[in-house]
Every structure is written in C-alpha cells, then in structure tokens.
Design a protein around this ligand. Structure first.
Ligand SMILES: Nc1ncnc2c1ncn2[C@@H]1O[C@H](COP(=O)(O)OP(=O)(O)OP(=O)(O)O)[C@@H](O)[C@H]1O
Ligand SMILES: [Mg+2]
Length: 302
C-alpha cells in the first residue's frame, strides 16, 4: 500500500533556533504512527507543517497526495487536528462547539455519538470555561474527529487525562484506526508509544534517530534481558555457559542473569536440569524507555 504521508528532508527554523533539522518519514494508511521525543525536540513543529499550520523552510511533504504548502484548504477538509495549545471561547457550550465544527464540514459525524464516546454527555450544556483540564482535552479530541477525517493528528492527546480516561482514549484511538483513519500521534509518554503505536519515530534535536515498531526498536537497541530468581544453591557458575547468557551476578540469595533473546527459556531449562526450581523466576524485558535512554543519552522528561 502506498504511504498516506511522506515527509522528505523537512527543515524549519525560528530565527536562530533550528526546530526541525532534517526529518524524513512515511506513514502507511491505517497505522497509528507516533512521534516520540523530549520537550523541544521538534515534534509539534513537524506535525504543524504537515497540517499546513506552519510553512517549512525546505523539504517535501505529501499528506493524502496533497502538498500542505499549496493545497491547505483541500487538506484541512480531510484531516482532523487536536493541537497541543488549543482554546475555545470561554462561554461556548460543549454541544455548541461540536455543532459548530460539524456545521462547517460536509462529512460530519453525529456529534452526539462523540459526546458519549468521549465521556462528555453529562457536560453537554457546560461552558468551556467550566470544564476541567481533562474534560477540555477530551472535547478537543472529539472536535478533531467530528469531520470524520482520513488522517487525524493528535498532539499530546492524553496529557491531563486521568489513568482511566487514558485507557479509554487508547481504546477509542484503536477503534478509530480499525475504522480506517490513519493516526499520527505526538507523545512523550513511553507507555503510550509502546502500547498504542504500530510504528514510532524517536525524535531528538530536530532529527529522527530511529524508527520502527516499538518491539523492533526494543530488540534492536535495548536487547538486554534480565532473568532474576533466588536460590540457596551455592555453585551456579555453570549458568555462565548457558546459551544467550552474557553475565551472572549474585547478591546474597538473589541471582541476576543478563542475556539476550530467548535467554529466559535456556536459563529455566538449565535450572530445572540442575534440580533448581525457583518459585520466583521472573524476566525483566527492556522497554521503550531503555531504548530512548540509550539512543538519546537522556530520559524523556529531560
Ligand atoms: N513559534 C515559535 N517561535 C520560536 N521558537 C519556537 C516556536 N515554536 C517552537 N519553537 C522552538 O522550536 C523548538 C521545537 O519546538 P516544538 O514545539 O516543535 O517541540 P516539541 O517536540 O513539540 O516539544 P514539547 O514536547 O515540549 O511539546 C523548541 O526549541 C522551541 O523553543
Ligand atoms: Mg509539542
């Protein structure tokens, strides 16, 4: 399937600040694509260029076959936008905002359904200014979807949402994807990128430093697996010779084995073979956070 979004050598500066240095990527139709990176990495600038909200200095962009620089009006009808910095008039009511957005689009969804889905039905008559931070956020997501977009851009979608609302949002985003909408998601939440995205691009200082499926990134860049258990058997030196084992460390009764790939299976088999059957054998897989640390040298919050 041809890509629905292509970005080639995108560059955007603000005076002396290079916000986006040289970014290229493709998004396939029907995937949830994540841009993950620390504050100031250039994520928002990138997606704003894709949505025709900013003019890039150079580079080529196609979204749904359209060039945002020259075809902004056509493009805006086909995409949905939830911006990191959004605002509505204080006194507008929730239903009025949705009704207003729906009235200017030919392919509008039934906004009453969106109210239900995004947990705003009880707030339909409330003014924007009376909504909590998380309720505002959910309203902005609903507004981004009201034109039934082919591609939806969500910038820090779950910031301000409580844990339950985040889970609901993830499920709804998956449902939107399953209905054929392509999702471009900006986030600095590792767990969100890992659980929700089909593919993730790690952005740092205006460049993409890695892009793959979350599991692919983990296997490629943070392959080390730790197998942990306790035993009172003193001699465990033979563990060093077990396939896929790199290092064995002992701290009192606790043993930590570092290795790669299916090391857990080899270690478990070897332990049983030696008559050791630990009740607490567990494996700690690396996460996207480990990948991020390794690639950027700093954690996502820095
Ligand atoms: N309107 C602007 N004028 C000047 N500089 C800007 C402007 N918008 C962004 N920048 C700068 O460009 C760089 C990238 O900003 P951008 O908002 O794209 O980052 P981000 O990855 O979205 O960060 P965050 O996670 O904090 O939202 C930053 O150094 C920022 O200060
Ligand atoms: Mg941003």
């Amino acid at each position: 399937m041809p890509p629905i979004i292509t970005v080639q050598n995108l560059r955007k500066t603000y005076g002396p600040t290079v916000a986006v240095d040289d970014i290229s990527f493709e998004v396939a139709e029907g995937e949830i694509f994540g841009l993950l990176g620390p504050n100031g990495a250039g994520k928002t600038t990138t997606v704003e260029c894709l949505q025709a909200l900013r003019q890039p200095d150079s580079g080529e962009i196609r979204v749904l076959g359209l060039d945002p620089r020259r075809q902004a009006r056509e493009l805006r009808k086909l995409i949905g936008s939830q911006l990191q910095e959004s605002a509505l008039p204080d006194r507008i009511r929730v239903w009025e905002a949705l009704d207003l957005f729906a009235s200017v689009t030919p392919r509008a969804l039934d906004w009453r359904m969106l109210l239900e889905q995004w947990g705003l039905a009880a707030k339909r008559r409330s003014s924007f200014s009376s909504l909590s931070g998380g309720q505002r956020q959910r309203l902005f997501i609903a507004l981004a979807l009201v034109n039934n977009p082919k591609v939806v851009f969500l910038d820090e979608m779950t910031t301000g949402l409580d844990p339950a609302a985040r889970r609901v949002a993830w499920d709804l985003i998956r449902a939107i994807r399953d209905n054929g909408t392509t999702v471009v998601l900006v986030t600095h939440f590792m767990d969100e990128a890992e659980k929700l995205c089909d593919r993730v691009a790690v952005v740092d200082k205006g460049k993409i430093i890695a892009a793959d499926a979350p599991q692919g990134l983990i296997v490629q860049h943070a392959g080390e697996v730790r197998v942990i258990f306790t035993t009172d058997v003193a001699d465990i030196a033979w563990l060093e010779a077990v396939p896929r084992v790199d290092r064995v460390e002992r701290k009192g009764l606790m043993v930590e084995v570092r290795g790669s790939g299916p090391v857990i299976a080899y270690v478990a088999a070897a332990l049983v073979g030696h008559g050791i059957i630990p009740g607490d054998l567990r494996v700690e897989q690396p996460t996207l956070e480990d990948v991020f640390l390794k690639l950027t040298g700093h954690s996502a919050g820095d």
